[in-house]
Design a protein around this ligand. Sequence first.
Ligand SMILES: Cc1cc2nc3c(=O)[nH]c(=O)nc-3n(C[C@H](O)[C@H](O)[C@H](O)COP(=O)(O)OP(=O)(O)OC[C@H]3O[C@@H](n4cnc5c(N)ncnc54)[C@H](O)[C@@H]3O)c2cc1C
Length: 398
Amino acid sequence: MKSQYDILIIGGGPAGAIAAKTAKEKGLEVGLVEKRPAIGAPVRCAEGIGKKLLADFIRPDERWIAAEIERATIIAPDGTTMELAHEMAGSEVGYILDRKVFDRELIWQAADAGAEIFVKTRAIAPILEEGKVIGAKIEAGGDVTEVKADVVIAADGVESKFGKWCGIDTTVPMREMETCAQYVLADINVPQNVTQFYLGNETAPEGYVWVFPKGKRAANVGIGISGKKSGPGHRAIDYLNSFVRKHFPEGKPIELIVGGVSVCKPLECTVSDNLMFIGDAARVSDPLTGGGIYNALYTGKLAVDVASKAIANGDTGKKALMEYDRGWRSSALGKALERNHKIKEIFITLSDEKLNSIVRSISKINMKEFDTFTLIKELIRVNPKLSLELGALWASIR
Ligand SMILES: Cc1cc2nc3c(=O)[nH]c(=O)nc-3n(C[C@H](O)[C@H](O)[C@H](O)COP(=O)(O)OP(=O)(O)OC[C@H]3O[C@@H](n4cnc5c(N)ncnc54)[C@H](O)[C@@H]3O)c2cc1C
């Protein structure tokens, strides 16, 4: 490992990997450290992503596509279902990935482009000079070395600590941290081209259960619930077990994962002097769905586009890097995050009766395109009883 890079990246998930690849393509010297011994494992993800979203970053490859999805089904607490065809179902349909292979492919592409990748190697502290980050202390096999960089990129995921060590408040409020549990269930009958989302305060308080097919009579069956709803006897895994007993009693769990998803607003500012935050570390996962793979890729690439210009100009101060923060906030992604946070804040207040009547109403609406504004307008029209909640939502996202 060199003692100086143009860019030092902390974390080898999708955000870090695409940042490393982009940096190398721009002719920069880049080092990436990943604390785990293997990239892509263990998987902490339901692995759903929209086809179109992915197309900007990587060519589809059957090695990491576990299933192709044509539509999504939303199931209300009373069992009412609504179907979203592919064009309307948004970014959560398209592919179910095999992230063990997908993440490895992304990092392989970065390595192939010339990025230096170090596994089982962790950042343990920033190196600060006059309060500004100029690198990181890196630990591997018990040895600690100092690595300096013009720009340090924190891509250390939802449990990100690097920002805190630099004195930046990156705390996610407990109520906005979804605690998740997921089985890969084998030997079950699920349609292989449909994702299913189960709603309800008994099923998944302030969250939802997902059933994402993984091919060969298997599926990711998982749940996210608000951290504040979790406690002894009613943790995410308890809700998940009771869901599985009811819906897939014959299922055979072949993998269990637990993890967290932040559903808060993004960091107030995603740059500082010589420092940038990308992906989950920037808190840019979708507050409504919890999806964050695309967001990680988008912010990872954009960050390096901006950093490379700043490095070329010899000024990597906060002001120069702000173009990145402004860039993603004003993009379609940034606007969706803002809107979906507001929608989520209303969604979590809805009783089962209201969820039932919303799903019932939506299932009657004939929309050519799934569009939030049309949806809310239609819902108010067909369901005056909900006008209080929906009117507030409409006003807040207009
Ligand atoms: C249960 C669950 C289901 C999900 N389902 C979906 C889904 O269906 N679709 C979707 O789009 N998103 C989903 N997500 C979210 C998605 O997994 C993340 O948004 C995505 O992985 C973010 O990528 P990232 O690169 O920012 O972070 P990560 O993938 O978390 O990568 C961060 C990396 O940094 C490493 N690291 C941390 N600290 C250090 C350190 N100090 N030094 C070195 N390395 C370090 C970690 O080991 C990790 O490998 C889900 C998340 C969970 C928990």
